[in-house]
Write a protein that binds this ligand. Structure first.
Ligand SMILES: Nc1nc2c(c(=O)[nH]1)N=C([C@H](O)[C@H](O)COP(=O)(O)OP(=O)(O)OP(=O)(O)O)CN2
Ligand code: ZN
Length: 147
């Protein structure tokens, strides 16, 4: 059970939901500046996503909590992140599975799914904790949204 506090996002939407998730995954960073993190090692990632919007869908949901878990946990839990196409590059640092990139990719995948919905929810923040002492917060800019 996860009861952590997270940074708050300022917004004017009527509804905001947050979904906590955790997942076990391995990764390595294919760059010599990453030091010991060039070797495969694992983390229990703690993730929180913040979704907001002004209207609900036909279920009375802003978005189903279970859908968010499917997009993140189902895809990555107990996997080697570098095996996924989105993290497979050995050259492009924007595709290395760093905490920063993991947070951005989670935002991209969630927002792509939210864009299909009539009530148009927005993912405003993705928080990814990689270790007890290290975390990243990703917040999209207005131009990152398609609508
Ligand atoms: N900006 C980033 N720096 C580092 C990342 C990252 O994703 N973004 N990742 C790593 C490693 O993957 C490592 O697993 C985590 O690093 P670190 O916080 O140094 O882990 P420690 O448990 O050793 O932290 P201590 O606070 O020193 O115990 C490295 N850097
Ligand atoms: Zn790591």
């Amino acid at each position: 059970m996860l009861y952590q506090s997270y940074p708050q996002v300022n917004h004017q939407f009527r509804y905001e939901l947050n979904k906590d998730m955790h997942m076990a995954a391995a990764h390595f960073i294919p760059n010599e500046q990453a030091g010991k993190c060039q070797d495969i090692h694992g983390h229990t990632y703690v993730i929180n996503v913040t979704i907001a919007g002004d209207s609900l869908d036909e279920s009375g949901f802003l978005v189903n909590f279970q859908l968010l878990k499917e997009i993140v946990h189902k895809r990555y839990d107990h996997t080697l992140l570098n095996d996924h196409d989105e993290y497979a590059s050995q050259e492009d640092p924007n595709q290395f599975p760093t905490t920063e990139v993991v947070a951005r990719v989670i935002w991209e995948r969630i927002q792509k799914e939210l864009d299909q919905r009539l009530n148009k929810p927005r993912c405003l923040q993705v928080f990814v904790r990689e270790t007890p002492t290290s975390y990243v917060v990703y917040r999209p800019k207005e131009e990152d949204f398609s609508e």
